[in-house]
Design a binder for this molecule. Sequence first.
Ligand SMILES: *[C@@H]1O[C@H](CO)[C@@H](O)[C@H](O)[C@H]1NC(C)=O
Ligand SMILES: *[C@@H]1O[C@H](CO)[C@@H](O)[C@H](O)[C@H]1NC(C)=O
Ligand SMILES: *[C@@H]1O[C@H](CO)[C@@H](O)[C@H](O)[C@H]1NC(C)=O
Ligand SMILES: *[C@@H]1O[C@H](CO)[C@@H](O)[C@H](O)[C@H]1NC(C)=O
Ligand SMILES: *[C@@H]1O[C@H](CO)[C@@H](O)[C@H](O)[C@H]1NC(C)=O
Ligand SMILES: *[C@@H]1O[C@H](CO)[C@@H](O)[C@H](O)[C@H]1NC(C)=O
Length: 238
Amino acid sequence: MGSFKVYVSMFVLIAMLKSSSSSRYSSRYGSRSRYNYQPSLSQCLSDLERTLCPKANPCKNGGTEQSDGTCVCTDKFTGTTCEEKVNPCKNGGIDLPNVGCICTADFTGPTCEERVNPCQNNGTLLSDGSCNCTVDFTGTLCEEIVNPCQNNGTLLADGSCNCTVAFGGTFCEIVNPCQNNGTLLADGSCNCTESFGDTFCGQLRCESDPTEPNFCAPECDPEYLVFGFCDGDDICCL
Ligand SMILES: *[C@@H]1O[C@H](CO)[C@@H](O)[C@H](O)[C@H]1NC(C)=O
Ligand SMILES: *[C@@H]1O[C@H](CO)[C@@H](O)[C@H](O)[C@H]1NC(C)=O
Ligand SMILES: *[C@@H]1O[C@H](CO)[C@@H](O)[C@H](O)[C@H]1NC(C)=O
Ligand SMILES: *[C@@H]1O[C@H](CO)[C@@H](O)[C@H](O)[C@H]1NC(C)=O
Ligand SMILES: *[C@@H]1O[C@H](CO)[C@@H](O)[C@H](O)[C@H]1NC(C)=O
Ligand SMILES: *[C@@H]1O[C@H](CO)[C@@H](O)[C@H](O)[C@H]1NC(C)=O
């Protein structure tokens, strides 16, 4: 009987304690007039969790975590958690540690930012990829020298013109007055072939050997004088 009394007394005591603690709780948190704050249980738990278990910054490599949990990375990193290194090499270049950028054939520069100029002979690369050549060059890549020689003359390696036999002058612009395949020299005179002579190579050249049929000599019997060309004061004899 006595033990039953003790049991009931304890039950009553626990009930009283419970009610007093719940009233203390409500006076602490529930009274809007004193604290103006009524958190939900889940809010309390998440506040508690944040305090007791602070989360590590998910953003790697110096990235900054935003309030929504996303990362703002430094300019050298990218990816959701800034885990990926940004390739500093542009235009498909490959970044090699301790080496730098290995660029594709079309680009150059420390970060492959500069397009390699395929235009030769000081031609400039236009934005559409074509070449703007200097006046002396032509062709897709300015690889071809513009031939200044006129009338089918060919440009020689030294820049001079090799004219066809019909033309002369620096740029083959002069009709060649020299006959019989004689070439016009720069000074306007004719360079005749071996077989012809005179100003415009109009005369057959006589032989220098006196035993030949028409030979050149200082003088000959007027009867045997022939029309032909000899060097110097010589005349052509038969
Ligand atoms: C290209 O330009 C440079 C500098 O102006 C010059 O020295 C060079 O001779 C030029 N080359 C050609 C092929 O025009
Ligand atoms: C090509 O170069 C010349 C000479 O430098 C320049 O005058 C001309 O405007 C250029 N053309 C283009 C399409 O850029
Ligand atoms: C240049 O060559 C072309 C082709 O061989 C020919 O048709 C033309 O008549 C020539 N021009 C002169 C001035 O010789
Ligand atoms: C000039 O052209 C002629 C005819 O084609 C050729 O026989 C000669 O070798 C050329 N001269 C030079 C220096 O190339
Ligand atoms: C001039 O040269 C051409 C071609 O080399 C040749 O066929 C012709 O016979 C020559 N003429 C004379 C007069 O030598
Ligand atoms: C004249 O022509 C000959 C033969 O083609 C050549 O050897 C010579 O160098 C020429 N002379 C001049 C002054 O060009």
